[in-house]
Design a protein around this ligand. Structure first.
Ligand SMILES: [Ca+2]
Length: 306
């Protein structure tokens, strides 16, 4: 086989038009999820992709796992995080922190370690003097760059309460051209940038954040079933009505219509029941629902079981 316009060492494989990175990532996610998954499907993907395509699949795969971990850690209370940590330790006989250190590096690793500590301020207090000091510190940090920048942002984004973070965004843009989103975009990259954006999005509107995550889990070819199921199960009795409302406003179609388009059979039926507003429907699926924290720990385990 020859590959027009491309020089490659293994010229039996070329960057074919049929390459769909999301689809390949799904093959990995699906088949690595359980022992006894279909290894042939994975081999098929690995063997029929070029080196650059394989690297892109690996990058996307890790990105997806990273996003899920950030979502879990920012949206759980300290007591839930503590529960996750204890359960993880009991199940796997090592610490969540060891796992984070093994699987991630650099600033992103430091950030996850901070997020995985059950120590976020859970009050609604917004002391103005502290706020002014932090805004100054962050603005100075982006000018200095390097370790100072990461430290300053982590201290705020991983530790402060969300009302405080919202107030900080407001103050940050007062008397200056810059808002914090612009500075995150300009001065951060990679996982760190997406994690900060996720925390910002969550702080401003948790329901908007989840609507966006649900949309991302279904848009385009295929479905990110882990994300879809996790969010629906954990939010169904918390704020699903608002999430549905925002979903419809932002994406012009109902969450239900997306679910119908992306899923089938009893899985579809269950998800639709969970997003429905009827109390009796909730009751009928109660036995299959997990406690939020327990589901999260399973998710963390699955997230990093590759
Ligand atoms: Ca889809």
């Amino acid at each position: 086989m020859s590959c027009a316009g491309q020089i490659t060492l293994d010229n039996t494989i070329c960057d074919g038009a049929e390459f769909d990175v999301e689809k390949d990532v799904r093959v990995f996610v699906e088949n690595l999820k359980h022992i006894g998954g279909d290894n042939r499907a994975i081999i098929e993907v690995v063997a029929s992709r070029t080196r650059s395509q394989r690297l892109e699949i690996a990058r996307k795969y890790k990105e997806r796992q990273g996003r899920s971990l950030v979502e879990i850690l920012i949206s759980r209370s300290n007591s839930q995080i503590k529960e996750i940590r204890d359960l993880y330790m009991k199940t796997y006989d090592h610490d969540v922190d060891d796992l984070i250190r093994r699987k991630t590096r650099g600033e992103f690793c430091d950030m996850l370690l901070m997020l995985a500590e059950p120590s976020r301020d859970e009050s609604d207090e917004v002391p103005m003097d502290l706020l002014r000091r932090d805004v100054k510190a962050l603005k100075r940090a982006v000018r200095k760059g390097g370790a100072i920048q990461y430290y300053a942002f982590n201290e705020v984004f991983c530790k402060k309460n969300f009302a405080y973070i919202r107030a900080l965004f407001e103050l940050y843009k007062q008397n200056s051209e810059r808002d914090i989103y612009r500075d995150i975009r300009l001065y951060f990259a990679g996982y760190m940038k997406s994690a900060l954006k996720a925390i910002a999005e969550y702080a401003v509107s948790p329901t908007g954040y989840f609507a966006h995550r649900l949309y991302r889990s279904m848009k385009g070819l295929g479905t990110d079933d882990n994300t879809l199921t996790r969010i629906i199960v954990t939010r169904s009795e918390v704020d699903m009505e608002q999430i549905k409302k925002i979903f419809k406003e932002k994406y012009k179609h109902s969450l239900e219509s997306y679910i119908v388009g992306d899923t089938s059979f009893s899985y579809r039926h269950l998800l639709l029941k969970l997003v429905s507003s009827s109390k009796t429907l909730f009751e009928s699926v109660n036995q299959v629902k997990h406690d939020g924290a327990i589901l999260s720990s399973t998710e963390i385990a699955e997230t990093y079981s590759f």
